[in-house]
Design a protein around this ligand. Structure first.
Ligand code: HEC
Length: 125
């Protein structure tokens, strides 16, 4: 089932990447598609282990460890907010020193590009 989901994500990614050659807007979408896969991928973000995504129905998990992630664009509307959101994924301990959320950028669990992709996905929620 997991490999099926990965295959589907890769297919979507390739489709959007190809579309991205034609339209920059579609390229932005490709990042969100990649981010969505990284969000759930156990060896990458594994964000679903702690966060529900109520507006992305197939990803709703059972975890309440972190807050549900929704209405992210409303919560982080300006470019400065977007940087703040990005930084908090890189290292949430800068926001909350005793957080249990892994410092994805600081510990190089995710690359800078992967963090950008996840931010693009979060903005669709
Ligand atoms: C081990 C559990 C855990 C994992 C895994 C985790 N988080 Fe978190 N996250 C939390 C907790 C707990 C908070 C609440 C704030 C705090 O602890 O500082 C949080 C807060 C957040 C926030 C701020 C929420 C808001 O409403 O502003 C965002 C955004 C976020 N996480 C995104 C992610 C992303 C993206 C990933 C995967 C790359 C991830 N988290 C993985 C536990 C986790």
């Amino acid at each position: 089932m997991v490999s099926e989901a990965i295959t589907r994500s890769i297919y979507l990614l390739l489709t959007f990447s190809f579309a991205g050659l034609c339209a920059p807007q579609a390229l932005a979408q490709a990042n969100a598609v990649a981010g969505r896969a990284l969000f759930a991928e156990e060896r990458k973000g594994n964000c679903s282990a702690c966060h529900k995504t109520p507006t992305d129905a197939p990803r709703i998990g059972a975890s309440n460890i972190g807050p549900p992630l929704e209405a992210i664009r409303q919560k982080y509307p300006t470019p400065a907010d977007r940087m703040r959101l990005r930084d908090s994924i890189r290292d949430q301990s800068r926001v909350n020193a005793s957080t249990i959320m892994p410092p994805y950028g600081k510990h190089r669990i995710l690359t800078e590009t992967e963090i950008d992709d996840i931010v693009a996905y979060l903005e669709t929620l």
